[in-house]
Design a protein around this ligand. Sequence first.
Ligand SMILES: Cc1cc2nc3c(=O)[nH]c(=O)nc-3n(C[C@H](O)[C@H](O)[C@H](O)COP(=O)(O)OP(=O)(O)OC[C@H]3O[C@@H](n4cnc5c(N)ncnc54)[C@H](O)[C@@H]3O)c2cc1C
Length: 448
Amino acid sequence: MEDLIVIGGGLAGSEAAWQAAQSGLNVSLFEMRPKTATGAHESADLAELVCSNSLGSNLPDRASGLLKNELRRLGSMLLECAEASALPAGAALAVDRGLFARLVTQKIESHPRIQLIRQEATEIPDSPTIIASGPLTSARMSASIAALNGEEHLYFFDAISPIVSAETINMEIAFRASRYEKGDLDEGDYINCPFDRAQYKTFVDELRAAPRIELRSFEQVIQNGVTAGAHTFFEGCLPVEVIAERGEKSLAFGPMRPIGLDDPRTGRRAHAVVQLRQDNLAGDMYNLVGFQTNLKFAEQKRVFRLIPGLEQAEFLRYGQMHRNTFIAAPKILRPTLQHKTRDDLFFAGQITGVEGYMGNIATGLLAGQNAVRVLQKREPLILPPTSMLGALCHYVTHADMRDFQPMKANFGILPALENSARISKRDRARMYAERALHDLENYLTAYV
Ligand SMILES: Cc1cc2nc3c(=O)[nH]c(=O)nc-3n(C[C@H](O)[C@H](O)[C@H](O)COP(=O)(O)OP(=O)(O)OC[C@H]3O[C@@H](n4cnc5c(N)ncnc54)[C@H](O)[C@@H]3O)c2cc1C
């Protein structure tokens, strides 16, 4: 009989199982592949990287490099496998994905205290468990998680907004301003495209009628044998066409609200406004704020060119939706990665709302080590929020639910340094990294 069940043999689940087994627990690791496919993974190996083969920067003063240094300190097995399968990639850690996955699989399969069970887990066990079933969690497990937490606390899709080239925006029509801004025009951080009533109506009609991209099989949500399709969106991230379907005025009260955005040239408020926000440092790319969409690319070009000022816009990236199952961690999880209602139930990996390969490995490591501590009746670890892993866990468990979105390692989630206003960005990054490793070391010395 196992001490701990881990569901999902991906990045987080493999690391979690290894950590727990190394500390003496008997672990049953459920991986549904190859019997049940996710639609994105191609092999039967554990820890398969589904897309890029880069695990990000190795530089100590980059967020991803710092996270790697923390994982080295904490003894990550997957990071060791990544280093053993590294390819030349400058300052980044890129791996031979096949070799990396095989190394992890061999480590897990040969561990005397891990039993790898090639089967889909469909229910959440009553015994100690880590759920690490990833962004493509199977439909039945998704249904069990929804039943535990409430339907409204499980999201299935993420969406990104289109980006246009700044020089193709007609600034004779569009104007610069921030909401409620008073004063100098050029100070405005946003480019605003104003609609009159008739333009708005035409736009909403076209948006509602425009063809959408059909979701690929792995992006469909099958619940009890019924394809529910893209109907479970995160409220804060609804596609514009879905908002438009809710009523003709919905967009004008939502992402296109004109309040606080008087056109400085006329002094009047438009009927509705689309805002564009700078997307790159050079300032030549702007994204359409709140305009997540699943329209076909040609339709995005046609319909979004109806936006006044964007008649000739060049689209540098089209909006897209992709499957990403994640829980409302701020409502459901503690920074120890324990479920708020059950000390012996943990979540790890992308399903917690942490994004990026390294972040997923890291949360697996923490969940594995904390499961051990809970079973040994010791206090689980809450890593310092000044460390990158501590900050990620803090962020996903404390973020404002109104705009909770998956988050990857970055210096912006760390508490600010004192008196750092005049310090260069590079020096600040170095100081963040030094503080993180210092605080982590002190914490581990005190508690582990
Ligand atoms: C198409 C796609 C492309 C991506 N590209 C990138 C990228 O380039 N860079 C990046 O950093 N991140 C990328 N991601 C996010 C990426 O998935 C994560 O970074 C990482 O793989 C997540 O780790 P994880 O352990 O949470 O999930 P996974 O690595 O997906 O592992 C979850 C495992 O659980 C298994 N499983 C699911 N349900 C069950 C069940 N009920 N019972 C048993 N087993 C189950 C799955 O088969 C899978 O092996 C991508 C995601 C997708 C979907």
